[in-house]
Design a protein around this ligand. Structure first.
Ligand SMILES: [Zn+2]
Length: 468
């Protein structure tokens, strides 16, 4: 009784599909029955066929070929096992939630009984992949009770980790990062028009990286401008630490004429200089002279940080802070003259200085609460969070698989999401051009304390009493 019924149903289905010229359905089904490994092999063939088809079109259009990505394949496999694949929008959304490293994503879904037909069906999709796409994955799944096959194909832009080196390669304008403060994975978009970039986390709002362009046009983490350079100098014997501080500070003033960047480097606005470069050029703007000063002081064992921030309402500025014997000194490296009789106690001269970022050779320090008024504390970890840019490991942060079971209903066949959710985009800032703000330090006593060995020989004005 049952056998004739099954035979009848099969015959009816056969006639229906034959009428619609879908003999392939039965061919594929029958192959599946006689050879269970056929589906897996068909899947492999389709994957390589589809990748070839896409890359053939890309090479023709002078674009880099796509690569496969095991992480993306694993996602598709899990997705196809747990969820229906017919909604490309849902796949896109789920993919970007699960693998936030994928910035731009194009998804295509097609169902055909025969893998050869599927390949043909994907032709328009294969020919349209955009320039910034980097990776590909696809997944073949039996559908219609085994009578047909659904292929889910994804092309995506897999972002590289943010780093000065990745910026310097200039292959993309978007990068992936995980906030070192709050572990939030996100995308940072950069503009190469900007010569210094302050990267703020879109979730916790704290700065996690500051990079600037050097004189050769390459981006560096700002702390890496402190290279450990100190000029060849001989200090007078028996100087106190405070006297030594003034000696170095005065030397920096004398060996660096304050110049705004655009005047000196028209081709490269706001390039930062190392201490060595500033000493050789004998000029620089506020961050150049601050780096010169801090590098030298750090080499002599002082506890010093370069500070980036604002001076009054005059815009962006850079200066140094030193803590010596429990006292904070705010060292202005641009205008004025250091005066040992009038030490620049930070709590006295610092009222108009608003620090935003500090750095020394190893780390940057960012305000834990950037919007709160500055308390005058340049050092404590309550106010300043320390970030070592080379030391915070960025993992690919695959999110909880709970996302996969989140079903969405729209049934578009193909989806292309070309930008990430705005709440996931890092905010990049650009410092204002620096201004010359400081006039409190314009007196320097006669017979000042310092002398440089080589440079000051021909300078009778500075042959001070303590000179060697
Ligand atoms: Zn954060």
């Amino acid at each position: 009784m049952i056998f004739p019924l099954i035979a009848g149903v099969l015959a009816a289905a056969f006639v229906a599909t034959a009428k619609e010229d879908h003999m392939g359905t039965w061919r594929a089904w029958w192959q599946g029955v006689v050879d269970p490994g056929a589906t897996r092999r068909a899947s492999e063939r389709l994957r390589s066929g589809l990748l070839d088809q896409i890359n053939y079109a890309r090479i023709g259009a002078k674009l880099d070929p796509l690569k496969t990505d095991p992480e993306l394949e694993k996602f598709l496999e899990r997705y196809a096992t747990e969820l229906p694949c017919d909604d490309a929008d849902a796949v896109t959304q789920n993919l970007q939630n699960t693998l936030p490293r994928y910035f731009k994503v194009a998804v295509c879904v097609a169902t055909k009984p025969d893998p050869e037909e599927l390949l043909h069906e994907f032709r328009p999709f294969s020919e349209k992949s955009s320039k910034e796409m980097t990776h590909f994955a696809c997944m073949l799944k039996a559908s219609a009770g085994g009578l047909s096959k659904t292929c889910l194909a994804v092309i995506g832009q897999r972002l590289e980790d943010f780093s000065p080196e990745a910026l310097n390669a200039r292959k993309a304008d978007a990068f992936y990062n995980v906030c070192p403060h709050c572990s939030f994975p996100h995308v940072c978009r950069v503009s190469y028009q900007q010569h210094s970039l302050i990267m703020d986390c879109p979730s916790c709002g704290r700065t996690y990286a500051v990079v600037a362009v050097d004189s050769s046009g390459k981006f560096r983490y700002v702390n890496e401008f402190l290279t450990g350079y100190e000029p060849p100098a001989k200090f007078p014997k028996d100087q106190s630490s405070l006297q030594k501080l003034f000696t170095i500070w005065s030397a920096v003033h004398r060996h660096c004429t304050y110049t705004l960047d655009p005047e000196t480097k028209k081709s490269q606005i706001d390039a930062w200089q190392t201490a060595f470069e500033t000493e050789n050029l004998q000029r620089g703007d506020c961050e150049d002279s601050s780096i010169f000063l801090a590098d030298w002081l750090e080499a002599q064992g002082f506890r010093v940080r370069v500070v980036l921030g604002r001076y009054g309402d005059m815009g962006g500025h850079a200066w140094c802070v030193v803590r010596l014997d429990g006292v904070d000194y705010l060292l202005e490296s641009t205008t004025g003259r250091p005066d040992p009789n009038n030490p620049p106690y930070a709590d006295i001269v610092g009222s108009r200085y608003v620090p935003e970022i500090e750095f020394d050779r190893k780390a940057i320090y960012v305000r834990n609460k950037p919007k709160q008024a500055f308390s005058g504390d340049y050092w404590s970890s309550k106010v300043w969070a320390r970030v070592e840019p080379r030391n915070h490991s960025i993992s690919s942060a695959v999110r909880a698989s709970a996302d996969v079971s989140q079903q969405l209903s729209a049934s578009t066949r193909r989806a292309e999401r070309l930008s990430a959710d705005k709440t996931r985009l890092a905010i990049t800032g650009h410092r204002q051009p620096a201004v010359a703000p400081f006039a409190n330090l314009d007196k320097i006593p006669a017979g000042s304390l310092w002398q440089l060995r080589a440079r000051d020989v021909a300078d009778p004005e500075n042959s001070g009493a303590d000179a060697p």
